[in-house]
Ligand binder design. Structure first.
Ligand code: PLP
Length: 416
């Protein structure tokens, strides 16, 4: 029998049977805090869903959105139209891109960005006379999104379960094993079949896993050796989260394609996209008759792009990238205090990302999340044994201490 009393709104990543009372109804936000409809305040220790770099309630971004909406609310950017905010955003992103002379494809979110990057990689090889280069190598665990291309590249089997045939031509390798890539290439027809390697610099939703030293350089070296493109999925890592505009800079690796979303607008409007480096560009631009048959209705949406431009200005003017390491260091030091080898096993992370590993035998990360919500802090469980933290880059030291103190208190309260 169908569940009763469920809201009309069918929520993402939720049980369809979840009743209305399960959801916290948020009504406003300021800085690193949000408020629900009962007036209860929460510290947002995950920047909503890993994206609210500049914090909530930024009037300068709202003003930019409003001004653009009054001028030109929307017009598509397929052949032969463009608009100022889209071009301005593309120019600004190219200027901060972690590769030379990039162009910028715009989407409405991260999954579309990942699908776009995979399609661009494949079609670039196609137009260069190498149509057999279709293999995409991705890692497990990893999270790249939910559209068919993105979920096919994602290394979280539960996210793929039940959705039928996925996009073919994806080989997954353990996230920390470079040799496994060589084996996967051999097992899938050899170097001439590889289109791209895709990787999050720091794995986010897959568990907050920073790369081992040299790992990302190892990806670059393999991509070069196989004639494949390196796609860095910076949907979480970009826009200051790792102490630089892009994590590629932190780790000293030059990608061919970069997927971005989230922090590009801090969530004030839905924007994502792909930075397209020279190697891909050269192929796409070689034949003047080639038409790129890809793009969505809202690519380059002027209101969304105006929000992104205003958001980038805030990140730049307030030097928020410089806050990433101090925030992360304080967060991880605070979480370390809860490590007892019994309930909380270890702490990891990099930049302004952190995770605590929870003993599977003790209170689950989901129960700890719920207890923390009661106490006014929002963090995110990843599975049942990891608790993730990724706060706005405007969070204060006092708020960070409250976050880590609340985590420790919640664990303790549930262990009694
Ligand atoms: N790639 C990464 C690394 C992500 O973390 C996410 C979302 O969390 C995505 C892609 C998908 O982005 P979206 O949810 O905007 O489609």
């Amino acid at each position: 029998m169908a569940a009763r009393n469920v809201p009309r709104f069918l929520h993402s990543f939720s049980k369809p049977t979840a009743t209305d009372d399960v959801f916290l109804r948020l009504v406003e936000g300021q800085g690193a805090t949000v408020v629900d409809n009962r007036g209860k305040r929460y510290i947002d220790a995950l920047a909503s869903l890993w994206y609210c770099q500049v914090g909530h309630g930024r009037a300068e971004i709202v003003d930019a959105i409003t001004a653009q909406a009054h001028r030109l609310q929307a017009f598509h950017t397929f052949e032969r139209f463009t608009n100022d905010p889209a071009d301005r955003l593309a120019n600004e992103l190219a200027a901060i891109a972690p590769m030379e002379d990039a162009r910028v494809f715009l989407t409405s979110g991260g999954s579309e960005a990942v699908d776009t990057a995979i399609k661009l990689a494949r079609v670039a090889h196609f137009v260069a006379g190498e149509p057999e280069r279709t293999l995409v190598i991705s890692r497990a665990p990893s999270y790249h999104g939910v559209t068919f291309g993105a979920v096919s590249a994602t290394g979280l089997p539960l996210n793929q379960l039940g959705f039928g045939p996925l996009v073919g031509g994806v080989a997954q390798v353990p996230h920390d094993d470079l040799d496994a890539i060589d084996a996967a290439v051999e097992a899938n027809g050899g170097p001439g079949t590889v289109a791209a390697i895709i990787a999050e610099p720091v794995i986010g939703a897959g568990g907050v896993l920073p790369p081992a030293p040299g790992y990302l350089q190892g990806l670059r070296e393999r991509a070069d050796r196989y004639g494949a493109f390196l796609i860095l999925d910076e949907v979480i890592c970009g826009f200051g989260r790792m102490g630089a505009w892009f994590a590629a800079v932190r780790y000293g690796v030059t990608p061919d394609l970069v997927t971005f979303a989230k922090g590009v607008t801090s969530g004030y409007q839905p924007v994502g996209g792909v930075l397209v480096g020279r190697a891909v560009r050269d192929r796409l631009e070689a034949d003047p008759d080639f038409l790129l048959r890809h793009g969505t209705t809202y690519s380059g949406h002027p209101i969304a792009c105006a929000a992104a431009v205003a958001n980038l200005r805030v990140i730049r003017d307030e030097r928020l990238a410089e806050r990433a390491d101090p925030i992360g260091d304080r967060l991880r030091a605070g979480l370390e205090k809860a490590v007892d080898g019994e309930r909380v096993l270890s702490v990891r992370g990099e930049g302004a990302m952190a995770a605590a590993r929870i003993d599977p035998e003790g209170p689950s990360a989901i129960a700890i999340r719920d207890e923390m919500l009661e106490r006014g802090v929002i963090a995110r469980p990843l599975g049942t044994d990891v608790m993730a933290f990724c706060p706005p880059l405007v969070i204060s030291d006092d708020q960070l201490d409250e976050v880590t103190g609340t985590f420790a208190d919640a664990v303790l309260a549930l262990s009694r």
